[in-house]
Design a protein around this ligand. Structure first.
Ligand SMILES: NC(=O)c1ccc[n+]([C@@H]2O[C@H](COP(=O)([O-])OP(=O)(O)OC[C@H]3O[C@@H](n4cnc5c(N)ncnc54)[C@H](O)[C@@H]3O)[C@@H](O)[C@H]2O)c1
Ligand SMILES: O=P(O)(O)OC[C@H](O)CO
Length: 331
């Protein structure tokens, strides 16, 4: 990539877009971040903090925020960091560009069952695509803590160029040619993290949590392989790696949503009160529908859907899962 004023533009001023801007500011002189909320733009430009979505992290003065998408036209590559359900709209509104798009949302589009990369290929057929996904809590990345992540793109030359433009001494991408696998790991783990949070909130113990991670991973593999993912990608950073992270920490929004469900709070109230995104709540119903269409069994995902819909209690869901017919552990 040739030198330009903004080597990487970031679209989305939530916690993750802001953390990625902090990473980019370690290696680039100017970082332009588009945020939807004027408050976020003001907070970053005036106080060098994203007080709404990543409070407490002091940001580099190299980061400039804007609410004007037209300003992004000169960027040489884009990180697309809005929630999955808004990627279609934001890509449609992006200025005319043929720059590579690095897709950072973890989810599946409702109604269409499309992965974010499918949405991007449909809306922006002329832009090269890559997916960035892995075990990455935003506040740790923004603080410069060591992080490894999958950068998936079918084109190895593009992969190498993008890795060079985003790697820092503490942020290490690994290239994969498996875009579908990288996306499915990130989308499915969010739903499984809700389930692990439920186990925690209901006080079901660490054995139950480990069982759920292992059996949840079996669901991720069944579904991923049915959609063309590679097994080794699902076992890597963007699959198992991210599953382990989000299933074991209250820092995960998905886990903490599940924890509150497990403590008996109503899903409707919990979702209405949220200011930040728990992607798993949006992914769960479309994932279950997609799995059903592919004849893939996902009992844990199904249980999460029922809990989110408020059609079953935690006690009943646990009894149901444990009462399923005894079967082989492989699949
Ligand atoms: N936070 C993390 O640690 C992390 C890490 C890796 C990946 N991700 C993924 O990145 C994506 C963004 O998550 P986040 O943590 O930055 O979100 P966040 O919860 O911190 O912020 C919410 C974001 O949603 C945006 N938003 C809300 N309504 C919108 C609309 N109508 N159109 C466009 N944007 C809208 C807000 O502007 C804001 O950027 C998600 O898919 C998430 O799974 C997050
Ligand atoms: O807070 P969560 O559950 O959205 O998880 C954030 C990241 O996806 C962790 O990799």
């Amino acid at each position: 990539m040739s030198a330009g004023r903004y080597p990487v533009g970031i679209i989305g001023g939530g916690a993750w877009g802001t953390a990625l801007a902090a990473v980019m500011a370690q290696i680039h002189d100017d970082v332009l971040l588009w945020a939807r909320e004027e408050d976020v733009v003001r907070s970053i430009n005036a106080s060098h903090e994203n007080a709404l979505f990543l409070p407490g992290t002091v940001l580099s003065r190299k980061i400039e925020a804007t609410a004007d998408l037209a300003r992004m036209a000169g960027c040489e590559a884009f990180m697309i960091v809005t929630p999955a359900q808004h990627v279609r709209a934001i890509l449609s509104a992006l200025p005319d560009t043929q720059a590579p798009l690095i897709l950072c949302a973890k989810g599946i589009e409702a109604n269409t069952q499309m992965l974010v990369s499918d949405v991007a290929a449909q809306v922006r057929p002329d832009n090269p695509l890559a997916v960035l996904s892995g075990p990455t809590f935003a506040h740790e990345v923004a603080a410069g803590k060591p992080t490894a992540i999958t950068l998936a793109t079918a084109n190895p030359t593009l992969g190498a160029a993008l890795m060079r433009s985003i790697a820092t001494p503490s942020f290490r991408p690994y290239w994969s040619d498996d875009v579908v696998g990288a996306e499915i790991g990130g989308a499915v783990k969010n739903v499984l993290a809700i389930a692990c949070g439920v186990v925690d909130g209901a006080g079901l113990g660490l054995n139950a949590r480990a069982a759920l991670i292992a059996r949840g991973f079996a669901e991720m593999q069944r579904y991923g392989l049915a959609r063309g993912a590679k097994a080794e990608t699902l076992a890597g950073l963007s699959g198992l790696g991210d599953l382990v992270l989000t299933c074991s920490s209250e820092n995960s929004r998905n886990f903490s949503l599940g924890r509150s469900l497990g403590q008996g709070h109503a899903a409707e109230n919990l979702l209405a009160d949220r200011k930040t995104i728990a992607e798993g709540a949006f992914t769960a119903p479309v994932l279950l529908q997609s799995a059903t269409d592919l004849y893939v069994e996902m009992p844990i995902v199904s249980a999460v859907c029922a809990l989110l819909a408020g059609t079953i209690t935690v006690d009943a869901v646990v009894t149901e899962l444990l009462a399923r017919p005894l079967k082989s552990e492989s699949w």
